[in-house]
Design a protein around this ligand. Structure first.
Ligand code: ADP
Length: 664
């Protein structure tokens, strides 16, 4: 075998052309035929390999590769047939044929095995048919796909729409929730919700405030735990759960916010339930109506007072037409309500006073009041009566004046009394003046005989210079003292009567510090002996007459020294502005005055002491007369043993009052 391959290319035989005797036509025929066959055999594998490579999708692709190899081998045998015509390499030719045989046998076997499968392969027509069917199917499928796509897009549109719907509903729901929340937060109404066990599940701040308890004190509890005193609402809630119907009613009770105080509410309990389902909860709204109830109560009271009042109370519109008429008006004017209402008030006014009504209506229109206007009106029977009228504008809830209310009081008796009083006063003033003149004349005339008594006492002493018993001397002293006292009393009385009443004098401005200084000068000796300390600050200028103020302060300071205690007298004089007045005070550290004598000491000749402290009991009466002359008031604040403080007011000068008002 090895030998065979060693001699593979040996040409130790006769070339094949010898067999053909080198006859050119035969040799040529063989060469051309074999050459063309070989060429064809070489070209075919190329075509097959090209096809196999390009159409990898073909079934049995590998068979083309096998055919390619087989045909290529066949081609080589034809080529070798040409070569061996001249070169007798029959061993190589045989080998190539063997290779070709080796290639052809598996190819033939494989082809045979392939035939049933190849037979099973659809024919062109079948393929076309199948293709058409496929195309139909594709078209149908495409149509189906399109309709599916349409359905899909429809579905998507619907989903998008439902999503938008859902979003809208969500937004609506959110908006409603917000609205309800805002209502619960901002409405001035209390709200609460209860679960099936009647326990609070929600409560707003208004109701918390009404109850006076925080939210935490309610949630999870029933009403009887939260408001143990207030039991009237429990049955209402139970009724709502039982009947499924809303209940509204006025309730009254107490709350921890105001223990012991009855308050009123308008409460509405309502069920919470799905349609046809049992009540799953309940709610309540609570409106505080305590103020309204109280107003109603006081209105009822007021209306009872008005209707039972003895005063005539009536109202009229802006045209003067009577709109209401109480029982007092019926009895005062004699018209019944039915007769009076709708008629004009001028029916009550005497002709000569009709102008008053025009004036009243004008004032009403301007919102002005008329207070205690005294006038005359006529009754139904024509008789006239004196009345005091008070007129007030009546305004509606918008503040618009819609008429006026009139209260008329019968003052016929008062007018009669006043007239009588005036007459008495006139008589009294005359009597007073007479008395004053008499007192003045008496005091003046009595001093004359007193002077005689004093002179004749002196004369008696001269007549009897020797008096062994000293009896004349003693009698003379008693008489002299009595005369002196009488003289003091008479001169005090004279001072008092000289002051006169509070006639309209033209008062000039008096500098009170100058008046005080004048008084101190007059009291110089007294101050020196008692070592009294007197202090006063800035004092104002007031209306009056300087002499009066000197007299006033002299009496008060003199008393403060005279009624001193064991300590050195200390006196303070002050003045302060008080409303339209000046308030003066003279304070001392003397013996003081017991409370029960505070009023009495200002009377003429009223004294609390005997001879041990000299005095006439007329000083404070003079002080009072002076102060009252200027329309002021005087009084004392004191306790026995604790000093005294005399206070008096004097109206300030008009310019000063104006200044004060401006400063305000
Ligand atoms: P009299 O001349 O007695 O002082 P007044 O009218 O001045 O008369 O006083 C009346 C009485 O008031 C006095 O008698 C005295 O008892 C009492 N009184 C007046 N001022 C004072 C005072 N500052 N302190 C204590 N008592 C006083």
């Amino acid at each position: 075998m090895l030998e065979f391959f060693k001699n593979l290319l040996d040409t130790d035989f006769m070339p094949h052309g010898h067999c053909y005797y080198w006859r050119s036509e035969i040799v040529g025929l063989h060469v051309i035929s074999d050459g063309l066959t070989a060429l064809a055999y070489f070209l075919i594998p190329f075509a097959l390999v090209h096809l196999a490579r390009k159409r990898k999708d073909l079934s049995f692709n590998w068979i083309f590769w096998l055919f390619g190899a087989f045909i290529l081998a066949c081609g080589t045998t034809h080529l070798m047939a040409i070569w061996t015509l001249w070169h007798p390499v029959y061993r190589l030719e045989g080998l190539i044929k063997a290779i070709t045989a080796l290639a052809s046998i598996p190819t033939a076997v494989m082809l045979l095995r392939l035939v049933p499968q190849a037979v099973a392969l659809p024919s062109q027509a079948q393929l076309r048919e199948a293709n058409q069917a496929l195309e139909l199917e594709v078209t149908e499928r495409r149509a189906a796909e399109e309709s599916l796509a349409r359905l899909n897009s429809d579905l998507e549109t619907r989903i998008t729409e439902s999503k938008a719907d859902l979003e809208r509903s969500n937004q609506d729901l959110q908006r409603r929730t917000n609205e309800v929340e805002a209502l619960l937060t901002h409405a001035p109404i209390g709200f609460a919700f209860f679960d099936r066990d009647h326990r609070y599940t929600r409560i707003n701040h208004v109701l918390c405030e009404i109850n006076g308890l925080p939210e935490s004190a309610h949630l999870g509890r029933v009403m009887s735990e939260v408001l143990p005193v207030n039991r009237s609402t429990d049955p209402i809630l139970a009724e709502v759960f039982q009947t499924g119907r809303a209940v509204e009613r006025e309730v009254a009770g107490e709350t921890p916010k105001a223990p012991g105080v009855t308050r009123y509410w308008w409460a509405g309990f309502f069920p919470i339930q799905e349609r046809d389902q049992p009540v799953s909860g309940a709610g309540v709204f609570v409106l505080e109506i305590t103020d309204r109830k109280r107003t109603e109560h006081s209105m009822a009271l007021l209306s009872a007072i008005v209707s039972s009042s003895e005063d005539a109370i009536l109202s009229k519109d802006l045209g003067g037409v009577i709109t209401s008429w109480n029982r007092g008006a019926e009895s005062l004017f004699g018209y019944s309500a039915a007769e009076a209402i709708g008629r004009n008030v001028t029916m009550l006014i005497p002709e000569e006073r009709l102008g008053e009504e025009t004036d009243f209506l004008e004032r009403l229109n301007q919102g002005q009041h008329v207070n205690h206007f005294e006038t005359v009106r006529k009754r139904k029977d024509g008789t006239v009566l004196h009345i005091s009228l008070t007129l007030s504008p009546l305004v509606d809830t918008n503040g618009k004046i819609m008429g006026g209310s009139k209260i008329a009081r019968d003052i016929s008796n008062r007018v009669k009394n006043r007239e009588a009083l005036k007459a008495v006063n006139r008589d009294l003033r005359i009597a007073n003046e007479d008395l004053s003149q008499f007192a003045f004349a008496a005091a003046h005339d009595l001093r004359e005989p007193l002077r005689n008594v004093r002179a004749y006492t002196e004369f008696l002493t001269e007549l009897y210079p020797e008096d062994p018993d000293q009896k004349i001397q003693w009698a003379k002293t008693v008489i002299a003292e009595g005369v002196q006292r009488m003289d003091d009393l008479l001169s005090g009385l004279l001072d008092y009567t000289r002051l006169g009443g509070s006639e309209q004098e033209i008062f000039v401005g008096v500098d009170v510090s100058l008046a005080v200084q004048g008084a101190l000068r007059n009291l110089e000796q007294m101050i020196e002996t008692s070592s009294a300390q007197i202090a006063f600050g800035a004092l104002p200028v007031v209306p009056g007459n300087e002499h009066n103020y000197v007299q006033l302060f002299q009496n008060l300071i003199g008393n403060a020294i005279k009624y001193r205690g064991t300590e050195t007298p200390r006196i303070t004089i002050c003045a302060e502005a008080k409303g339209r007045d000046w308030l003066f005070s003279v304070r001392d550290n003397g013996i003081g005055i017991a409370q029960e004598y505070h009023g009495r000491i200002f009377g003429v000749f009223k004294r609390l002491h005997g001879k041990e402290i000299p005095g006439t009991g007329i000083g404070l009466a003079i002080c009072q007369k002076i102060v009252e002359r200027y329309r002021g008031r005087i009084w004392v604040e004191s306790e026995l043993g604790k000093g005294a403080k005399f206070l008096f007011t004097i109206p300030a000068l008009a310019s000063e009052v104006a200044d004060r008002n401006e400063r305000k």
